[in-house]
Design a protein around this ligand. Structure first.
Ligand code: ADP
Ligand code: MG
Ligand code: ZN
Length: 470
């Protein structure tokens, strides 16, 4: 039997506010453990939370970036559960009236676009962090407790591991453009749970889902999805039922293990937090936040297309914020977007596949590209210089000098070589005159060889033509 895979993602993303969500403690990754804590975020009796306005604004920015409706009235609830990293024994979250509802994210997989609907984006606080010492002991760092998070919940619209990765990449990149989060999976500022079920192909009834937690890289998400869909199909084929449960993905073992049976929202005994008033947000306030939203990938792509770039190239440049920032910066020094785009796509992005950091700053790349633009070096020589720049960190001008790559543009010198080629290869000249115009290619090649690749090829070709037609 054939099966469809059905996936819904819950993505947690920490917001880059200066302070925590409901107190004045610093929101800083990597500080000394338990140094950014106070009675409010630790949940001491009688301590009162105060909502961070910037956290609300950032969550609304995310909603606007993902085409959500923003609720004018929003409420915070307590989600009650005991866990050692949650000293309050409840988490302030949103259930009934989240900040943002009904958006979508457009993804691109193998050339086709698909809309993944969002059910909601709500604001909540993060829990602390348990650190297992590997010898059976566990300690806890409460610095992260109370850090503002948005939870982005999709509808079950994702059908494969490839689609899930495309969704996460688009989401991560768009959030990076908004500037509301670092979106660093390795520091835990972006985390994701995978809900997955399978059903007979074409059936419109959803199967029972499992939820996988602890996925801390895109690669882990990809592997976990492929593992879990296979596991569920095998269970069903063996005549077993899928148990709705929470699984923990073990990336080292490459398998998922049961953590607990899945709780429903009523198990959390959600109730409105009596210490926090409902929040009212006017349409004017929403419009103002919208006006503060930085340029997003789609708009930026349209801008690049208006510079004369192809849709495809523009798409590649906006796929990573670091790259489009770099492209924009190079363009402040040189006004040839096509040349810059080609170089960044073919050279810089190729290098970045093996090397994590860009070794050439924008100004230095611009210097190299200006030399090509002004025909002072050929583009082939430019690529050679680029490689050396990447290796040595030296400037373009210095390397062109050192490698003796300056393009030969002097008319007299080129003419001399052109005439030499004409007298050395009478057969090609005769061929050309008899109508075999391709013979000129051979002659251009001879001049280029003679000049050790330095002659300006356009000039060589023009002059040869002129001489041959005399
Ligand atoms: P909870 O809050 O209990 O985890 P939700 O209803 O909010 O439950 O759903 C969480 C996620 O699970 C959503 O992304 C949703 O799209 C997804 N989901 C719900 N039902 C299924 C299913 N049968 N198969 C796969 N994913 C599902
Ligand atoms: Mg869930
Ligand atoms: Zn605090």
């Amino acid at each position: 039997m054939k099966y469809d895979t059905v996936i819904g993602l819950e993505v947690h993303c920490e917001l880059k506010t200066k302070t925590k969500c409901f107190c004045g403690c610093k929101n800083n990754f990597g500080d000394e453990p338990n140094s950014n804590c106070c009675p409010v975020c630790l949940g001491f009796p009688g301590a009162l939370p105060v909502l961070n306005k910037t956290a609300v604004e950032y969550a609304i920015m995310a909603g606007l970036a993902f085409n959500c409706s923003i609720n004018n009235e929003t409420v915070f609830e307590r989600k009650n559960y005991f866990y050692p990293d949650l000293s309050k024994a409840y988490q302030i979250s949103q259930l009934e009236k989240p900040l943002c509802v009904n958006g979508y994210v457009e993804i691109n997989v193998n050339g086709t676009t698909k809309k993944i609907r969002l059910n909601r984006i709500h604001l909540e606080e993060d829990a602390g962090k348990l650190i297992h010492d590997g010898m059976g002991g566990t300690v806890v760092d409460y610095n992260r407790g109370g850090v503002p998070l948005i939870e982005i919940v999709t509808e079950p619209d994702i059908a494969s591991a490839d689609e899930a990765i495309a969704f996460l990449e688009t989401l991560k990149n768009t959030i990076a453009y908004t500037g509301i989060s670092d979106v660093k999976m390795e520091e835990g500022s972006l985390r994701c749970d995978v809900n997955l079920s399978v059903k007979p192909a074409g059936s419109n009834q959803l199967g029972t889902r499992t939820e996988m937690k602890n996925l801390n890289s895109f690669k882990a998400v990809f592997r976990a999805i492929n593992y879990e869909q296979k596991r569920q199909i095998e269970e069903i084929e063996d005549g077993h039922e899928i148990v709705q449960e929470t699984l923990r993905w073990d990336d080292a073992l490459g398998e998922s293990k049961s953590m607990r049976s899945k709780e429903d929202s009523q198990d959390y005994r959600y109730f409105p937090d009596p210490d926090l008033l409902p929040v009212y947000i006017s349409n004017e306030e929403i419009a103002e936040i919208k006006s503060k939203l930085p340029i997003l990938p789609n708009e930026l792509k349209a801008k690049y297309v208006s510079y004369g770039l192809s849709d495809y190239d523009a798409g590649l440049l906006v796929e990573t914020k670091n790259i489009s920032d770099y492209f924009n910066e190079v363009l402040t020094h040189i006004s040839n977007p096509k040349l810059v785009a080609n170089f960044i796509i073919n050279e810089t992005m190729r290098k970045l596949k093996d090397d994590n950091t860009n070794k050439i700053d924008a100004k230095n790349l611009a210097e190299l590209l200006l030399l090509i633009d002004k025909n002072e070096i050929s583009s082939t020589a430019g690529k050679q210089v680029f490689e050396k720049m990447w290796e040595t960190g030296k400037s373009a001008g210095e390397l062109v000098e050192q490698l003796g790559l300056k393009q030969l543009n002097n008319d007299d010198e080129i003419l001399k070589m052109v005439l030499e080629a004409i007298s050395n290869f009478p057969q090609s000249v005769a061929d050309y005159k008899n109508g075999k115009t391709s013979a000129i290619g051979f002659l251009v090649g001879q001049v280029m060889k003679n000049s050790k690749g330095k002659a300006n090829p356009q000039k060589v070709s023009l002059m040869l033509k002129e001489e041959l037609e005399k």
